[in-house]
Design a protein around this ligand. Structure first.
Ligand SMILES: *Cc1c(COP(=O)(O)O)cnc(C)c1O
Length: 357
Protein backbone atom coordinates (compact mmCIF):
# COMPACT_ATOMS: atom_id res chain seq x y z
CA UNK A 1 0.00 0.00 0.00
CA UNK A 2 2.56 2.45 -1.06
CA UNK A 3 4.35 4.73 -3.45
CA UNK A 4 6.62 2.30 -5.23
CA UNK A 5 9.56 2.59 -7.59
CA UNK A 6 9.68 -0.61 -9.63
CA UNK A 7 12.93 -1.25 -11.44
CA UNK A 8 13.37 -3.66 -14.33
CA UNK A 9 16.53 -5.16 -12.82
CA UNK A 10 18.12 -6.77 -15.89
CA UNK A 11 17.56 -3.65 -17.98
CA UNK A 12 18.77 -1.28 -15.27
CA UNK A 13 21.90 -3.30 -14.53
CA UNK A 14 22.71 -3.61 -18.24
CA UNK A 15 22.47 0.18 -18.47
CA UNK A 16 24.73 0.69 -15.42
CA UNK A 17 27.32 -1.63 -16.94
CA UNK A 18 27.19 0.08 -20.32
CA UNK A 19 27.70 3.52 -18.72
CA UNK A 20 30.57 2.18 -16.61
CA UNK A 21 32.21 0.56 -19.66
CA UNK A 22 31.88 3.75 -21.70
CA UNK A 23 33.38 5.89 -18.89
CA UNK A 24 36.54 4.35 -17.47
CA UNK A 25 37.39 5.97 -14.13
CA UNK A 26 33.74 6.89 -13.61
CA UNK A 27 32.89 8.25 -10.17
CA UNK A 28 29.30 7.29 -9.42
CA UNK A 29 27.51 9.97 -7.41
CA UNK A 30 25.26 8.95 -4.51
CA UNK A 31 23.74 11.95 -2.78
CA UNK A 32 20.52 13.41 -1.46
CA UNK A 33 17.71 10.91 -1.72
CA UNK A 34 19.98 8.65 -3.78
CA UNK A 35 18.22 9.75 -6.97
CA UNK A 36 15.15 7.97 -5.57
CA UNK A 37 16.94 4.67 -4.91
CA UNK A 38 18.55 5.63 -1.55
CA UNK A 39 22.28 6.16 -1.16
CA UNK A 40 22.70 2.79 0.55
CA UNK A 41 21.43 0.96 -2.51
CA UNK A 42 23.57 3.05 -4.85
CA UNK A 43 26.66 2.30 -2.76
CA UNK A 44 25.96 -1.44 -3.08
CA UNK A 45 25.43 -1.04 -6.82
CA UNK A 46 28.71 0.86 -7.21
CA UNK A 47 30.44 -1.99 -5.38
CA UNK A 48 28.69 -4.45 -7.68
CA UNK A 49 30.09 -2.56 -10.69
CA UNK A 50 33.60 -2.71 -9.22
CA UNK A 51 33.16 -6.42 -8.44
CA UNK A 52 32.16 -6.98 -12.07
CA UNK A 53 35.54 -5.63 -13.10
CA UNK A 54 34.57 -2.10 -14.14
CA UNK A 55 37.04 0.73 -13.62
CA UNK A 56 35.25 2.25 -10.62
CA UNK A 57 37.57 3.23 -7.76
CA UNK A 58 35.78 6.09 -6.07
CA UNK A 59 32.20 6.80 -5.06
CA UNK A 60 31.15 10.42 -4.53
CA UNK A 61 28.72 11.59 -1.87
CA UNK A 62 27.35 15.10 -1.65
CA UNK A 63 28.02 15.76 2.01
CA UNK A 64 30.07 14.42 4.93
CA UNK A 65 26.79 13.55 6.68
CA UNK A 66 26.07 11.03 3.91
CA UNK A 67 29.21 8.96 4.51
CA UNK A 68 27.73 6.62 7.15
CA UNK A 69 25.10 5.36 4.67
CA UNK A 70 27.66 4.30 2.09
CA UNK A 71 30.97 3.60 3.85
CA UNK A 72 30.18 -0.03 4.77
CA UNK A 73 28.48 -0.90 1.48
CA UNK A 74 31.14 0.47 -0.82
CA UNK A 75 34.77 -0.49 -0.16
CA UNK A 76 36.76 1.89 -2.36
CA UNK A 77 37.66 5.57 -2.13
CA UNK A 78 35.07 8.11 -1.03
CA UNK A 79 34.98 11.59 -2.52
CA UNK A 80 32.93 14.27 -0.78
CA UNK A 81 31.66 16.82 -3.30
CA UNK A 82 30.83 19.63 -0.87
CA UNK A 83 34.10 21.40 -0.08
CA UNK A 84 35.62 20.74 3.32
CA UNK A 85 35.17 23.48 5.88
CA UNK A 86 36.87 23.91 9.27
CA UNK A 87 33.78 22.80 11.20
CA UNK A 88 33.74 19.37 9.55
CA UNK A 89 35.16 16.82 12.00
CA UNK A 90 37.72 14.40 10.59
CA UNK A 91 36.96 10.70 10.97
CA UNK A 92 40.27 8.89 11.57
CA UNK A 93 38.68 5.53 10.71
CA UNK A 94 37.81 6.71 7.19
CA UNK A 95 40.85 8.93 6.60
CA UNK A 96 42.70 6.54 4.26
CA UNK A 97 39.66 6.20 1.95
CA UNK A 98 38.44 9.78 2.07
CA UNK A 99 39.20 12.34 -0.62
CA UNK A 100 38.35 15.89 0.47
CA UNK A 101 37.33 18.61 -1.94
CA UNK A 102 39.08 21.85 -0.97
CA UNK A 103 37.90 25.14 -2.44
CA UNK A 104 39.65 27.81 -0.35
CA UNK A 105 43.32 28.30 0.57
CA UNK A 106 42.42 28.97 4.22
CA UNK A 107 40.62 25.61 4.38
CA UNK A 108 43.61 23.87 2.85
CA UNK A 109 45.82 25.32 5.58
CA UNK A 110 43.39 24.19 8.32
CA UNK A 111 42.90 20.75 6.83
CA UNK A 112 46.62 20.10 6.48
CA UNK A 113 47.08 21.26 10.04
CA UNK A 114 44.44 18.79 11.25
CA UNK A 115 45.65 15.97 8.99
CA UNK A 116 49.01 16.48 7.26
CA UNK A 117 48.46 13.32 5.19
CA UNK A 118 44.95 14.25 3.95
CA UNK A 119 43.97 13.24 0.43
CA UNK A 120 42.59 16.23 -1.43
CA UNK A 121 41.29 17.48 -4.74
CA UNK A 122 41.46 21.20 -5.37
CA UNK A 123 38.31 22.71 -6.76
CA UNK A 124 38.75 25.43 -9.37
CA UNK A 125 35.90 27.90 -9.78
CA UNK A 126 33.98 27.41 -13.02
CA UNK A 127 31.26 29.41 -14.75
CA UNK A 128 28.86 27.75 -12.25
CA UNK A 129 30.23 30.13 -9.58
CA UNK A 130 29.36 27.74 -6.78
CA UNK A 131 32.62 26.81 -5.07
CA UNK A 132 36.25 26.92 -6.09
CA UNK A 133 39.53 28.77 -6.23
CA UNK A 134 40.56 31.44 -8.68
CA UNK A 135 43.79 30.90 -10.67
CA UNK A 136 45.82 32.92 -8.16
CA UNK A 137 44.45 30.91 -5.20
CA UNK A 138 45.30 27.68 -6.98
CA UNK A 139 48.83 28.98 -7.30
CA UNK A 140 48.92 29.80 -3.54
CA UNK A 141 47.60 26.32 -2.82
CA UNK A 142 50.50 24.95 -4.86
CA UNK A 143 52.96 26.93 -2.73
CA UNK A 144 51.39 25.61 0.46
CA UNK A 145 51.30 22.04 -0.74
CA UNK A 146 54.94 22.05 -1.71
CA UNK A 147 55.62 22.64 2.01
CA UNK A 148 53.46 19.64 2.99
CA UNK A 149 55.02 16.64 1.30
CA UNK A 150 52.78 14.28 3.29
CA UNK A 151 49.58 15.56 1.69
CA UNK A 152 48.21 13.58 -1.25
CA UNK A 153 46.97 15.75 -4.08
CA UNK A 154 44.47 13.69 -6.06
CA UNK A 155 43.91 16.30 -8.72
CA UNK A 156 41.62 19.07 -9.83
CA UNK A 157 37.83 19.23 -9.48
CA UNK A 158 35.69 21.14 -11.98
CA UNK A 159 31.93 21.41 -11.56
CA UNK A 160 30.50 22.55 -14.86
CA UNK A 161 27.01 23.75 -15.73
CA UNK A 162 24.68 21.53 -17.75
CA UNK A 163 25.56 23.08 -21.16
CA UNK A 164 25.59 20.25 -23.69
CA UNK A 165 28.98 20.16 -25.38
CA UNK A 166 29.98 23.76 -24.72
CA UNK A 167 32.73 23.21 -22.15
CA UNK A 168 35.96 22.55 -24.03
CA UNK A 169 37.25 26.12 -24.05
CA UNK A 170 36.52 26.62 -20.37
CA UNK A 171 38.07 23.31 -19.30
CA UNK A 172 41.21 23.99 -21.32
CA UNK A 173 41.61 27.40 -19.70
CA UNK A 174 41.06 26.04 -16.18
CA UNK A 175 43.45 23.17 -16.72
CA UNK A 176 46.15 25.56 -17.82
CA UNK A 177 45.74 27.31 -14.45
CA UNK A 178 46.20 23.98 -12.75
CA UNK A 179 49.33 23.19 -14.70
CA UNK A 180 50.70 26.68 -13.93
CA UNK A 181 50.13 26.13 -10.20
CA UNK A 182 52.75 23.33 -10.28
CA UNK A 183 51.03 21.18 -7.74
CA UNK A 184 53.03 18.31 -6.36
CA UNK A 185 51.70 15.01 -7.66
CA UNK A 186 53.57 11.76 -7.55
CA UNK A 187 51.44 10.06 -10.18
CA UNK A 188 49.28 10.96 -13.16
CA UNK A 189 46.99 13.65 -11.74
CA UNK A 190 43.26 13.35 -12.20
CA UNK A 191 40.73 15.90 -13.31
CA UNK A 192 37.38 15.17 -11.66
CA UNK A 193 34.67 16.59 -13.89
CA UNK A 194 30.92 16.75 -14.26
CA UNK A 195 28.58 17.27 -17.18
CA UNK A 196 31.01 16.79 -20.05
CA UNK A 197 29.77 14.99 -23.14
CA UNK A 198 31.50 11.80 -24.25
CA UNK A 199 32.94 13.69 -27.21
CA UNK A 200 34.38 16.40 -24.94
CA UNK A 201 35.91 13.77 -22.68
CA UNK A 202 37.50 12.04 -25.67
CA UNK A 203 38.96 15.31 -26.93
CA UNK A 204 40.35 16.22 -23.51
CA UNK A 205 41.87 12.76 -23.06
CA UNK A 206 43.70 13.07 -26.34
CA UNK A 207 44.81 16.66 -25.60
CA UNK A 208 45.97 16.02 -22.05
CA UNK A 209 47.55 12.61 -22.10
CA UNK A 210 49.33 13.28 -18.79
CA UNK A 211 46.02 13.51 -16.96
CA UNK A 212 43.34 11.00 -16.08
CA UNK A 213 39.78 12.27 -16.50
CA UNK A 214 37.31 11.03 -13.95
CA UNK A 215 33.69 11.86 -14.81
CA UNK A 216 31.38 12.19 -11.81
CA UNK A 217 28.01 10.93 -12.98
CA UNK A 218 24.72 10.65 -11.12
CA UNK A 219 21.65 11.29 -13.24
CA UNK A 220 22.97 9.72 -16.44
CA UNK A 221 24.02 6.59 -14.58
CA UNK A 222 21.19 5.88 -12.15
CA UNK A 223 18.34 7.51 -14.09
CA UNK A 224 19.64 7.24 -17.64
CA UNK A 225 17.37 4.36 -18.64
CA UNK A 226 13.91 5.69 -17.84
CA UNK A 227 12.19 2.78 -19.57
CA UNK A 228 13.55 0.54 -16.79
CA UNK A 229 11.72 2.58 -14.15
CA UNK A 230 8.07 2.73 -13.22
CA UNK A 231 6.44 4.64 -10.39
CA UNK A 232 3.06 3.57 -9.07
CA UNK A 233 0.77 4.41 -6.18
CA UNK A 234 -1.75 2.10 -4.59
CA UNK A 235 -5.42 3.10 -4.60
CA UNK A 236 -6.28 3.06 -0.89
CA UNK A 237 -9.97 3.95 -1.03
CA UNK A 238 -12.75 4.92 -3.43
CA UNK A 239 -15.91 6.88 -2.56
CA UNK A 240 -18.81 7.70 -4.85
CA UNK A 241 -19.94 11.34 -4.52
CA UNK A 242 -22.91 13.28 -5.82
CA UNK A 243 -22.80 16.90 -6.82
CA UNK A 244 -22.75 18.99 -3.61
CA UNK A 245 -21.33 16.23 -1.34
CA UNK A 246 -18.61 17.52 0.97
CA UNK A 247 -15.18 15.90 1.26
CA UNK A 248 -11.64 16.60 2.41
CA UNK A 249 -10.00 18.72 5.10
CA UNK A 250 -11.52 21.86 3.70
CA UNK A 251 -15.10 20.67 3.41
CA UNK A 252 -15.08 21.32 -0.29
CA UNK A 253 -18.10 20.10 -2.28
CA UNK A 254 -18.11 17.95 -5.38
CA UNK A 255 -18.86 20.07 -8.47
CA UNK A 256 -20.57 17.10 -10.10
CA UNK A 257 -21.04 13.42 -9.56
CA UNK A 258 -18.07 11.12 -9.67
CA UNK A 259 -15.62 9.45 -7.31
CA UNK A 260 -13.12 10.62 -4.77
CA UNK A 261 -10.05 8.41 -4.88
CA UNK A 262 -7.59 8.15 -2.02
CA UNK A 263 -4.15 7.18 -3.36
CA UNK A 264 -0.78 6.56 -1.70
CA UNK A 265 1.71 9.42 -1.84
CA UNK A 266 1.63 12.82 -0.17
CA UNK A 267 3.78 15.74 0.83
CA UNK A 268 6.07 13.46 2.88
CA UNK A 269 6.94 11.61 -0.32
CA UNK A 270 7.54 14.83 -2.19
CA UNK A 271 4.25 14.74 -4.07
CA UNK A 272 3.51 18.37 -4.88
CA UNK A 273 0.84 20.34 -6.58
CA UNK A 274 1.09 20.67 -10.31
CA UNK A 275 0.32 23.88 -12.15
CA UNK A 276 -3.40 24.50 -12.69
CA UNK A 277 -4.63 23.08 -15.97
CA UNK A 278 -5.57 25.08 -18.99
CA UNK A 279 -5.46 28.77 -19.68
CA UNK A 280 -5.58 31.37 -16.96
CA UNK A 281 -7.57 34.27 -18.39
CA UNK A 282 -11.02 34.87 -16.94
CA UNK A 283 -12.54 34.48 -20.38
CA UNK A 284 -10.81 31.15 -20.91
CA UNK A 285 -11.87 29.96 -17.46
CA UNK A 286 -15.47 30.94 -18.17
CA UNK A 287 -15.35 28.97 -21.39
CA UNK A 288 -13.89 25.95 -19.58
CA UNK A 289 -16.60 26.28 -16.93
CA UNK A 290 -19.24 26.34 -19.64
CA UNK A 291 -17.80 23.10 -21.01
CA UNK A 292 -17.92 21.62 -17.52
CA UNK A 293 -14.15 21.62 -17.07
CA UNK A 294 -13.06 20.82 -13.54
CA UNK A 295 -10.05 23.10 -13.57
CA UNK A 296 -12.43 26.04 -13.70
CA UNK A 297 -13.76 25.09 -10.27
CA UNK A 298 -10.24 25.21 -8.87
CA UNK A 299 -9.08 21.60 -9.18
CA UNK A 300 -5.43 21.37 -10.10
CA UNK A 301 -3.66 18.77 -12.15
CA UNK A 302 -2.05 15.96 -10.18
CA UNK A 303 0.93 13.82 -11.15
CA UNK A 304 -1.30 10.71 -10.98
CA UNK A 305 -2.73 9.22 -14.12
CA UNK A 306 -5.35 6.54 -14.60
CA UNK A 307 -5.76 4.70 -17.90
CA UNK A 308 -3.24 7.08 -19.42
CA UNK A 309 -5.13 10.22 -18.45
CA UNK A 310 -3.68 12.69 -15.99
CA UNK A 311 -6.09 13.21 -13.07
CA UNK A 312 -6.98 16.19 -10.91
CA UNK A 313 -6.39 16.58 -7.20
CA UNK A 314 -9.66 16.87 -5.27
CA UNK A 315 -7.62 18.91 -2.75
CA UNK A 316 -3.95 19.54 -2.03
CA UNK A 317 -1.97 16.40 -1.15
CA UNK A 318 -2.06 15.23 2.47
CA UNK A 319 1.04 14.04 4.30
CA UNK A 320 1.03 10.42 3.09
CA UNK A 321 -2.01 10.18 0.80
CA UNK A 322 -3.71 12.30 -1.80
CA UNK A 323 -7.34 12.72 -2.86
CA UNK A 324 -8.19 12.72 -6.55
CA UNK A 325 -11.49 13.58 -8.19
CA UNK A 326 -12.64 11.24 -10.91
CA UNK A 327 -15.63 12.59 -12.85
CA UNK A 328 -18.59 10.37 -13.64
CA UNK A 329 -18.01 8.26 -16.71
CA UNK A 330 -14.36 7.37 -16.11
CA UNK A 331 -13.37 3.83 -15.18
CA UNK A 332 -13.10 3.62 -11.41
CA UNK A 333 -10.03 1.71 -10.21
CA UNK A 334 -10.38 -0.88 -7.47
CA UNK A 335 -8.97 -0.51 -4.00
CA UNK A 336 -5.55 -2.17 -4.14
CA UNK A 337 -4.95 -1.34 -7.80
CA UNK A 338 -1.76 0.51 -8.73
CA UNK A 339 -1.93 3.70 -10.78
CA UNK A 340 0.92 5.55 -12.50
CA UNK A 341 2.54 8.63 -11.01
CA UNK A 342 4.96 11.01 -12.64
CA UNK A 343 7.59 12.22 -10.15
CA UNK A 344 10.90 13.96 -9.98
CA UNK A 345 13.15 11.14 -8.89
CA UNK A 346 15.59 13.41 -7.07
CA UNK A 347 12.78 14.87 -4.98
CA UNK A 348 10.78 11.76 -4.12
CA UNK A 349 10.99 9.49 -1.09
CA UNK A 350 9.51 6.17 -2.19
CA UNK A 351 8.00 3.79 0.36
CA UNK A 352 9.49 0.87 -1.54
CA UNK A 353 12.05 0.35 -4.26
CA UNK A 354 11.59 -3.03 -5.90
CA UNK A 355 14.31 -4.20 -8.27
CA UNK A 356 13.43 -7.34 -10.21
CA UNK A 357 16.00 -10.14 -10.25
C1 LIG B 1 25.52 16.20 -8.20
C2 LIG B 1 26.88 16.43 -8.72
C3 LIG B 1 27.35 15.68 -9.80
C4 LIG B 1 26.47 14.69 -10.54
O1 LIG B 1 25.49 15.40 -11.24
P1 LIG B 1 24.42 14.65 -12.17
O2 LIG B 1 23.82 15.74 -12.95
O3 LIG B 1 23.45 13.98 -11.26
O4 LIG B 1 25.17 13.66 -13.00
C5 LIG B 1 28.66 15.89 -10.20
N1 LIG B 1 29.45 16.77 -9.59
C6 LIG B 1 29.03 17.51 -8.52
C7 LIG B 1 29.96 18.46 -7.86
C8 LIG B 1 27.73 17.36 -8.06
O5 LIG B 1 27.32 18.09 -7.03
Amino acid sequence: MSLTLSVDGPRWRAHLESVASAHPGIVPVAKGNGYGFTNARLARKAQWLADRGHDVNALAVGMYDELPDVAQRWHGDLLVLTPWRPWVPLEPALAHRLVHTVSRVADLRDLLHADPTARIVLERMTSMRRHGMAARELWEAGELLRKHPGARVEGLALHLPLGQGAHLGEVTRLMNDYVAAELPADHRPAVWVSHLTDAELATLRSQYGDFRFRPRIGTGLWLGERAALRVTATVLDVHAVERGDAFGYRGRTAPKSGHVLVVAGGTAHGIGLEAPTGEQTIKARAATLARGGLDAVGFVRSPYSIDGKQRLFAEPPHMQASMLFLPHGSRVPEVGEDVDVRVRYTATAFDRVVVSA
